[in-house]
Design a protein around this ligand. Structure first.
Ligand code: PLP
Length: 391
């Protein structure tokens, strides 16, 4: 299989691992090599409830037996997408009430930018240095890393990049700004947290000039930081909330949410302001609804703080310089990209999957399923410490 993978499947780098997967269950991925691997990455923050959670599998099976795709997004009332949107409205604070379901995080970002431009009638966008919002032309345009954008210009015009947590840059948000888009916790940059009250001052500035605030919660959303969405830690509510990844619990999905007043502008002048064939697909919505129900019904979110604490207690070693992030999105600074890559390789040999952060390769990524047990945290951290000790 590996040969065909490298031969026929388009590659994203020249050094993909090509790890052959047999099956996955709970916190473990099983290789065709007959070994099992503890997963501290969860498909890059996507497998909220671990692999093939029974509640998700059951929801998919039940829906598959009723119907699959029946119509493009927005025409027919289908039970699962409707239930998902209603539950999201109930679980989030006002004025977030209406959800637009799409296929991926990047598409949701594009949709949110279009919505902000349409609602405000303005053209300019403010984004952040070192941000990551995805890889469609729109999402790439608002991402703040030159290396990944350079070869794909021209991209969207009229975008200003300001510094995350840079107070003085807030003045660059003006009456011409349609929206300010940012990750509540900057992911690719190494899980950087907003500083005390920064988000409140940012929101205030947006209100002063009439710009919409878009929060990208594609990674921290769906309970990863101990709240359903990370903005709930910071005493603000965005005008547009973008989600994806963990929302599907292992299936591809994205969505953006806002007030009814803002969202309804996508339905006229032009009508069909965002068209998507598979957005709101019933199979995907069933999986996503099951994921959200489980996150809300269980004690998973209440356990996150303790699990983070255990990681931080265990991961103490001279080679670890600092640990960024919150909850179960932690970035462990090992000093250099080469060393971090080497540690990831050695961990894999010993049965633990870790990864690195996209822009800051010296940071090792820990973003496991929220269902990871304390015993599994101990098991994985023991492997990391062994590797750091050169064993
Ligand atoms: N925004 C953030 C913060 C992300 O982490 C990602 C994916 O890594 C995206 C947007 C893009 O999501 P997708 O890969 O589903 O298009």
């Amino acid at each position: 299989m590996q040969n065909d993978f490298f031969t026929y499947q388009a590659q994203t780098t020249q050094f993909a691992a090509g790890f052959e997967v047999e099956k996955a269950e709970g916190s473990y991925i099983y290789g065709t090599d007959g070994r099992k691997y503890l997963d501290f990455v969860a498909g890059v923050s996507a497998n909220t409830l671990g692999h093939s959670h029974p509640r998700i599998v059951e929801a998919i099976k039940t829906q598959a037996e009723k119907y699959l795709h029946v119509m493009v997004y927005g025409e027919y009332a289908q039970e699962m997408p409707v239930k998902l949107c209603r539950l999201l409205a109930e679980a989030t604070p006002d004025p977030l009430e209406v959800t637009y379901l799409v296929n991926s995080g990047a598409e949701a970002i594009d949709g949110s930018l279009k919505l902000a431009k349409r609602y405000t009638g303005r053209e300019e966008i403010v984004s952040f240095k070192n941000s990551y919002h995805g890889n469609t032309h729109g999402a790439l345009s608002v991402s703040g890393n030159e290396y990944h954008k350079r070869e794909f210009r021209p991209l969207l015009p009229l975008i200003t990049f300001i510094g995350f947590n840079e107070e003085k840059d807030l003045q660059r948000i003006t009456e011409k700004t349609a929206c300010v888009i940012l990750e509540t916790i900057q992911g690719a940059a190494g899980f950087l947290m907003p500083e005390h009250d920064y988000l409140k001052r940012l929101k205030k500035r947006c209100e002063e000039v009439g710009a919409l605030l878009i929060l990208d919660e594609i990674q921290p959303g769906f309970g990863r930081t101990g709240k359903l969405f990370a903005f709930e830690h910071f005493g603000i509510v965005p005008d547009i909330l973008v989600m994806g990844k963990g929302m599907g619990g292992g299936v591809p999905v994205g969505a953006f949410m806002s007030s009814r007043k803002i969202m309804e502008t996508l339905s006229h002048s032009p009508k069909l302001g965002h068209i998507t064939t598979f957005g709101g697909n019933p199979l995907i919505a069933a999986a996503s609804h099951a994921t959200l129900k489980e996150v809300l019904d269980s004690s998973l979110m209440d356990e996150i703080e303790e699990k983070e604490k255990l990681f931080r207690e265990l991961l103490v070693h001279p080679k670890i310089k600092n640990i960024n992030g919150k909850g179960l999105m932690l970035a462990v600074n090992l000093g250099t990209p080469e060393y971090t890559l080497n540690v990831a390789k050695r961990c894999m040999e010993k049965g633990l999957i870790v990864f690195w952060q996209l822009y800051r390769n010296e940071y090792m990524r820990i973003s496991p399923p929220l269902t990871l047990s304390k015993a599994e945290i101990r098991e994985g951290c023991a492997i990391i410490l062994n590797v750091l000790n050169g064993e």
